[in-house]
Write a protein that binds this ligand. Structure first.
Ligand code: 1GP
Length: 253
């Protein structure tokens, strides 16, 4: 089944997913990566995301290969720009940064990437990517040269998501930015949830089981955890438990 179809199916059933984000620049060594892959697989995570706002290494294909050799889980590219395309992954979040007004990230890089992507077997998932302010400036806000939506401008975020959906984007991604000081607040997630029908991904600064649960309760269909695991991979156990418990409570797969 395709990634997007699975997400929509789970959304219909009220089930949630969890993705582990691997930033190629933060992979210190092969054994650390392997440990994280094993933990992720033992804790029933659903997806690996691979990418970052600034990738200075050339290990993208090695990382995808390492994951695919170890576990049978979809690897989804979460690219910061058009050079982060790796054909051996399973899917690609084709991100349009709709919270910003930088034409390069709304459509420019996509034009460059489209013919390359067309020649791959990647499942392309068009994604309305929305940055929400989260305290200090994050790498993604700086690199993208965009202003995140203020975290108390609920209707601005809701209308942005709504417009993204009307433009045909298949998934919305609310991101506070990797390693965000403040995760996205429940009211913001809920406002966006209520404004759209597409699956909703939420990430940035989720570093405790409670924050994960709050995001799920507020309406996230998928949560993404990255930075916190770079410091303490075992945090995944408690966070993944929340997703597991949620799914158990809504019934069998
Ligand atoms: C960042 O949403 C992802 O784009 C994950 O954020 O690294 O803070 O978990 P963290």
């Amino acid at each position: 089944m395709k990634i997007l179809d699975t997400l929509k199916e789970k959304q219909k059933l009220g089930k949630k997913s969890i993705a582990v984000l691997i930033d190629p620049d933060k992979v210190a060594d092969a054994s650390g990566l392997q440990h994280l892959i094993n933990l992720a697989s033992e804790n029933c995570i659903n997806y690996f995301f691979v990418g970052g706002s600034l990738v200075t290494t050339t290990n993208l294909s090695d990382i995808v290969r390492e994951i695919k050799q170890s576990v049978n889980l979809p690897v989804i590219l979460f690219p910061g720009n058009s050079i982060q395309i790796e054909p051996s992954a399973d899917g690609l979040l084709f991100l349009s940064l709709i919270s910003g007004r930088n034409p390069e990230l709304l459509i420019g890089q996509h034009v460059v990437a489209a013919p390359i992507v067309r020649n791959t077997r990647l499942e392309v998932i068009s994604t309305g990517y929305m940055l929400i302010s989260s305290g200090r400036t994050t790498s993604v806000a700086y690199i993208s040269n965009t202003t995140p939506i203020p975290d108390d401008k609920y209707s601005l975020a809701a209308c942005t998501a709504m417009a993204g959906e009307m433009l045909g984007l298949q998934v919305m991604y609310l991101d506070a930015g990797s390693g965000a000081e403040k995760e996205i607040n429940a009211r913001m997630i809920n406002a966006v949830r209520k404004s759209i029908h597409t699956p909703l991904i939420v990430g940035g600064g989720i570093n405790t089981p409670q924050k994960a649960l709050t995001a799920l309760e507020a309406g996230a269909d998928m949560i993404v955890i990255g930075n916190a695991l770079e410091k303490d991979p075992n945090l995944l156990i408690g966070i993944a438990d929340k997703v597991y418990e949620w799914n158990e409570s809504v019934g069998a797969e």
